[in-house]
Design a protein around this ligand. Structure first.
Ligand code: PEP
Ligand code: MG
Length: 544
């Protein structure tokens, strides 16, 4: 047995035989042509066929993975008509009197190299898209009707890398999993794999492809990112069990997919998902959440060695918004401090960090950090339905300062000619007793509240959430907490705001009915709990 490790981009187990993905190598020869116009016309004709193909792929992707993901192919269609790209092809034909295939291949190399050398991670990824459309164009010029050859008999596809169009063309019914030597979890390919629910591992390294061959048995564990080639009996048994357990769980819950989060008496509740990174979107879609109720943006800061730039943040926020295709996405501004320490912030050591300089307190005392994040958020706002919320609020003054900074950032961007949505919702977290008690004063200032029960419990019960010694005192169902939530719900509604819960308690189905009776409008939970909560809501009758 040989074990290879990469990055699991979709958690599930697949057991089967390997098929090495054979890409038909394109060989492009350079030759002299007399009739340059004829070559240019050939390019136009090839583009028309390529465009039709891309339209078919787009339609397939739209059906299988939704509009946001299908947009990649819309982008490919646009790239095909890009003026610079086409000018380059025509110029090469014109100046060198060469065949169209050669002009496309050289243009492809030039453009993909240019994208690869860009700093910006998102632009870097576009190099693969350029190669993908150029190869398609070359195949059409060579009137090669064959797409890349894929063994299609329930197999684990192994490849050096897969282009987005190759990924979407995989027949979901015949592909057990895919494993690639290269690829980044930021790539459209990884996003597609997640959204197509195909167990997938990327970045297993170069040796992998050299050491495997068609027909060899293997097990892919998308949870751990491990692939076992020629697994021994013990490993096979263990992973078969893991697979069966996972499938049973999915099956039971999947029955609730597509159903509404509606009580027996017809009240609609939004069930959203909490995420910590862009990578979690696949799980959000798989579990059919209505939106994202909490994107813990501080993970962007925790993953970095230095402050994430405005551009990096913008890309992350845009990706989440685009992937959710118009569903509400609530991004929480950074909540650093207490248990989430980041060296480069240079925070002073504190006696009681949970009561110290954390979350909004850092943002308001270091406005340059806060402003960078707000600019990224406002810039991303036109890519979806954005809500921004602020953690650790205790006073009206803090909210006034926040709102004034938001207005400043918005005006600044508009001044710079950047488009900003005028539908962004602003909300505050209710996670301190102070915020709940003055929720009548806060509600008129915002569009929504989101209750952070993890901190609300800690601060209300004076119980450090990090301290396992006092767990017995940490009564999450304590009447004081429930009353504070009820107060916030009443005050929100009195002032036309909506209210959700995004702390862990939102997933506690023994409280779902109580929350609904308080008037809670939204529950935001880990993606894997979404369907559980949906089930609980569907059992409740608020008239009884
Ligand atoms: C909370 O406090 O309930 C919450 C959702 O925020 P975090 O757990 O990230 O502090
Ligand atoms: Mg909190």
């Amino acid at each position: 047995m040989r074990i290879y490790t990469g990055k699991g981009v979709y958690g599930a187990v697949a057991i089967g035989k390997i098929a090495v993905f054979k890409r038909k190598e394109l060989s492009v020869k350079r030759f002299h042509v007399e009739d340059r116009n004829k070559e240019k016309k050939r390019v136009e004709a090839a583009k028309n066929v390529a465009r039709e193909e891309l339209q078919d792929i787009y339609d397939k992707a739209l059906k299988e993975v939704g509009e946001a993901n299908a947009q990649i192919f819309e982008m490919h269609m646009m790239m095909l008509d890009d003026v610079d790209y086409n000018d380059s092809i025509c110029n090469i034909i014109e100046t060198q009197a060469v065949n169209a295939e050669y002009a496309v291949a050289v243009t492809s190399d030039n453009f993909s190299e240019m994208f690869s050398s860009m700093e910006d991670a998102y632009m870097k990824e576009r190099a693969a898209d350029i190669r993908d459309i150029s190869n398609r164009l070359i195949r059409k010029l060579q009137t090669d009707k064959d797409e890349n050859t894929l063994e299609m008999d329930k197999v684990i596809i192994c490849a050096d890398d897969l282009a987005p169009s190759e990924t979407v063309l995989l027949d979901k019914d015949k592909v057990l999993a895919f494993v690639t030597s290269h690829g980044s979890s930021n790539s459209h390919t990884a996003i597609l794999a997640r959204n197509m629910n195909i167990p997938a591992i990327i970045g297993v390294g170069d040796e992998f492809l050299q050491e495997i061959s068609d027909g060899v048995s293997a097990i892919v564990d998308g949870f751990t990112g491990e692939i076992y080639v020629e697994p021994d009996e013990k490993t096979s048994k263990k992973l078969l069990k893991k697979q069966q357990k996972d499938e049973e769980k999915r099956k039971l819950l999947q029955e609730l997919r597509g159903k509404e989060n509606i009580t027996r008496d017809g009240k609609k509740i939004n069930v959203y998902a909490n995420i910590g990174s862009v990578e979690n979107i696949g799980a959000v879609l798989l579990n059919d959440a209505d939106g994202i109720g909490l994107f813990r943006s501080e993970f962007l800061y925790l993953e970095s060695k230095d402050y994430p730039t405005e551009e990096r943040q913008f890309i992350a926020y845009r990706k989440v918004l685009e992937s959710m295709a118009g569903k509400r996405v609530i991004i929480r501004t950074l909540d650093i401090g207490a248990d989430k320490q980041v060296d480069y912030f240079g925070l002073k050591k504190e006696e009681n960090p949970a009561l110290g300089c954390r979350a909004i307190r850092i943002c308001l005392t270091r406005p340059e950090i806060f402003k960078t994040q707000l600019r990224a958020l406002y810039r991303a706002s036109t890519y979806g339905n954005l809500g921004i919320m602020f953690p650790m609020i205790t006073s009206v003054r803090e909210v006034e300062e926040i709102l004034s900074m938001c207005s400043e950032v918005k005006a600044e961007l508009i001044n710079e000619g950047v488009e900003v949505s005028d539908k962004i919702e602003l909300g505050v977290m209710i996670e301190t007793p102070a915020a709940a008690i003055i929720s009548d004063m806060l509600a008129p200032m915002v569009d929504f509240f989101s209750v952070g029960t993890n901190d609300l419990t800690q601060y209300t019960l004076a119980c450090d959430r990090q301290n396992p010694e006092i767990e017995d005192f940490m009564d999450t169902h304590h009447e004081a907490i429930l009353r504070l939530i009820a107060t916030a719900a009443d005050n929100a509604h009195k002032h036309g705001a909506w209210i959700g819960i995004c702390g862990e308690l939102a997933a506690d189905t023994s409280l779902t009915e109580r929350f609904l009776r308080m008037g809670i409008d939204e529950l935001s939970v880990s993606p894997s709990f979404v369907l559980n909560v949906r089930g609980a809501i569907r059992d409740i009758d608020l008239t009884k």
